[in-house]
Write a protein that binds this ligand. Structure first.
Ligand code: ARG
Length: 469
């Protein structure tokens, strides 16, 4: 067991159970590239401000580079007696470059250091999530365009309501993911703030140059209040809230895909490559991928709850509770990325059963509203028209027919104003095309939505490729 960097005031060795209990190396080793990059920038700033010499800085930077290579190649030896990734790297630096390594932590605390590492990691990860959100939206727009003439019943209360274009359906999910991107971009603004210099909680007595460190690490801003800086995890909560909302969207789509691929709906078939079989029932093809996406949403919500609960009674400033933030955060990042990726791969291979979708629009009185609207155009007040069509529906139900199957004479019994042109009004295509209002389901509107989305995606694509990773 190595001596600890902080054990000067301790008379007794740490109990082994405490070492195991307090250690975070199992999960925070993931921060290592950021920890090293942050330390290198910190060294350079210390040299620039004359707090350490250029020679010292050069030795430290070289040693840190060697440690990075050891970690990259999996040659680094971990020891849970060394608590966390920061202690591991610093301890190894002493082995590599000797006593000069003791200067690395000048004007810094693990409290601002860990805030820096997590912010850098999350900044990268948000950019990866944004990439997936671009891809999945691209897939949805392509699906919408490829199936522009497919109609299906739209539902409210999971009861057939009115016919819509399948493209309109896909574009509804496009909108949700567009909002997710917007939210994450805003969250990124608040993640992208440089905390070093807050030190333990009160700032530092050295004449450091925080703006210089920020520049080296590509941060547009430095944090304002040192107490807030070391205890703030709002940016994690915000990410987890955005991730949770995105998981809600994925989970809703998952639910839809599960329903639609059932024999009861028969609207879609998942490709064999994205479905699984049963170990006992040979006939089964199960939608495990959407089911797991739906299930995994709970993990991300759990992460958000864990963070909110952890933060709600923490006195200022840093408390060790905060070490637990990484578990919630890392798991949620991985879950969200995995779900976005698998859907982006699966969706283009979904087989659309357009016949079943179309057929489903013909039963269930989806045209009742349109018949009422028709009566209104003939001068009947809407409430009266509603009642009149209600009676027609009741009559048709008794005859086991749909409204469009009733004869003109039968229809006229409900209102004298009904003419032959009613049948055109009652057809699925007319119902769709007459909803030619901004945001409506008419083909023209859906095409417009697709074009607008394509332009937005192209613009975001450009902005995204400019980002340095
Ligand atoms: N492993 C700790 C964390 O993740 C690093 C900061 C520890 N600071 C301290 N004063 N014990 O939060």
């Amino acid at each position: 067991m190595k001596d600890k960097i902080w054990d000067g005031r301790f008379a007794e060795k740490t109990d082994r159970s405490v070492e195991i209990f307090t250690s975070s190396i199992e999960f925070d080793r993931r921060l290592y590239p950021y920890d090293i990059q942050g330390s290198i920038a910190h060294c350079r700033m210390l040299a620039k401000t004359g707090i350490i010499t250029e020679d010292d800085a050069a030795a430290l930077v070289q040693g840190l580079g060697q440690i990075k290579r050891e970690l990259d190649r999996n040659e680094f030896i971990f020891d849970d007696g060394l608590e966390d990734i920061h202690m591991h790297i610093e301890t190894r630096l002493v082995e590599k470059v000797g006593k000069v390594a003791f200067k690395l932590h000048t004007a810094r605390s693990r409290n601002d250091q860990v805030a820096l590492d997590v912010r850098m990691l999350l900044r990268d990860e948000i950019r990866h999530v944004l990439r997936w959100l671009l891809d999945i939206r691209g897939v949805l727009v392509d699906l919408a365009a490829a199936n522009i003439d497919v109609v299906l019943p739209g539902y409210t209360h999971l009861q057939r309501a009115q016919p819509v274009l399948l493209g309109h359906y896909w574009m509804a999910y496009y909108e949700m993911f567009a909002r997710d991107s917007e939210r994450l971009n805003e969250c990124l603004q608040r993640v992208n703030i440089m905390p070093l210099g807050a030190a333990a909680l009160a700032g530092t007595t050295y004449a450091i140059d925080r703006a210089y460190t920020a520049k080296l690490l590509d941060f547009p801003r430095v944090s304002v209040n040192s107490i807030d800086t070391v205890s703030d995890r709002d940016f994690i909560i915000e990410f987890l809230a955005s991730a949770s909302i995105c998981m809600v969207h994925l989970s809703r789509m998952a639910e839809e895909l599960v329903l639609w691929s059932s024999s009861e709906f028969g609207f879609i078939a998942l490709s064999d490559a994205f479905a699984t079989g049963s170990s006992i029932m040979p006939q089964k093809k199960n939608p495990d991928v959407p089911e797991l996406v739906r299930g995994k949403s709970g993990r991300v919500f759990g992460g958000l709850m864990a963070m909110l609960t952890m933060m709600k009674s923490l006195p200022l400033s840093y408390n060790r509770d905060l070490q637990e933030d990484k578990l919630a955060l890392f798991d949620s990042i991985d879950t969200l990325k995995a779900c976005l990726e698998i859907f982006t791969r699966m969706l283009p291979k979904v087989r659309i059963n357009r016949k079943n979708m179309q057929a489903a629009t013909r039963t269930g009185f989806l045209n009742a509203t349109d018949m009422a609207d028709y009566l209104v155009t003939k001068g009947i007040p809407f409430r009266e028209a509603h009642n009149c069509v209600g009676q027609a529906v009741s009559y048709a139900l008794g005859k086991d027919k749909e409204l469009q199957d009733l004869t003109l004479d039968e229809l006229k019994d409900f209102s004298k104003v009904i003419k032959k042109d009613i049948y055109e009004i009652l057809s699925t295509d007319a119902m769709i095309e007459r909803r030619n209002v901004t945001g409506g389901t008419a083909t023209e509107q859906v095409r417009l939505a697709i074009e607008t989305a394509r332009r937005a995606l192209a613009q975001e694509e450009n902005a995204h490729t400019e980002i340095k990773f």
